[in-house]
Write a protein that binds this ligand. Structure first.
Ligand code: HEM
Ligand code: HEM
Length: 158
């Protein structure tokens, strides 16, 4: 198993834990529901990175083929899960700002805004890559995704 599967699982578990210990649980407030749903969609797409890393790192040919097929199966959804993630997160941000206001001194709001900007970049570079692929666009899509992963982790931890 590639280390990225564990990183992704780690982020997922922390987020679920945070939601379960949030105010009023088991009733989940609407802004939190959109946050965790957006995270599910993001992680579904980001796991592609774990799958690709496994394909690169494993010497086992059978495993390479198995993972490549798995990735191919998920590909038709990739652009739609990614775009949906952005829409869900925009709702998350909308509900949060409506409820708490734009408090730029709040680390949760700042980290969220940066994470959402990165997500926007990931989605835009994804579409650009799909329309006309290039090496640069591939790296941009990947690096923005990587940075976003750590910002979302920070956002959930704060
Ligand atoms: C990629 C973008 C984002 C993701 C994946 C995300 C995810 C989440 C998740 C899963 C939660 C619930 C768990 C927790 O309390 O930590 C949450 C809470 C929160 N998010 Fe986000 N978020 C994102 C963007 C944003 C943005 C843009 C804002 C601000 C406008 C924001 C503000 C908040 C705030 C204030 C909370 C705490 C709410 C509370 O405790 O009642 N988030 N976010
Ligand atoms: C949450 C948002 C997204 C994340 C985290 C994400 C992540 C990834 C990752 C990790 C890869 C594999 C990277 C590599 O080439 O090594 C990838 C590939 C790709 N992504 Fe995204 N992506 C997202 C959204 C999108 C969107 C909205 C599109 C729009 C079309 C898109 C288009 C593509 C394309 C065309 C590839 C190459 C597919 C292939 O070679 O099989 N992505 N993405």
């Amino acid at each position: 198993m590639n280390k990225w599967f564990f990183f992704n699982l780690f982020l997922l578990l922390i987020a679920v834990w945070k939601v379960m210990t949030s105010y009023g649980f088991p009733v989940i407030q609407i802004h939190i529901l959109f946050g965790i749903m957006g995270l599910f969609f993001i992680l579904f797409n980001w796991t592609r990175h774990a799958v690709f890393s496994t394909i690169r790192d494993t010497p086992d040919r059978r495993k390479k083929i198995k993972f490549a097929n798995l990735s191919k199966k998920a590909m038709p959804f990739h652009r739609w899960t990614g775009t949906t993630a952005l829409i869900i997160i925009l709702f998350h941000a909308g509900f949060v700002l409506n409820r708490f206001g734009l408090h730029l001194e709040n680390p949760k709001i700042i980290s969220g805004l940066i994470a959402a900007s990165l997500l926007t970049g990931v989605v835009i570079s994804g579409w650009m890559r799909r329309i006309k692929p290039s090496g640069t666009k591939r790296i941009v899509h990947l690096r923005l995704g990587l940075t976003m992963f750590f910002l979302v982790l920070l956002h959930v931890l704060l």
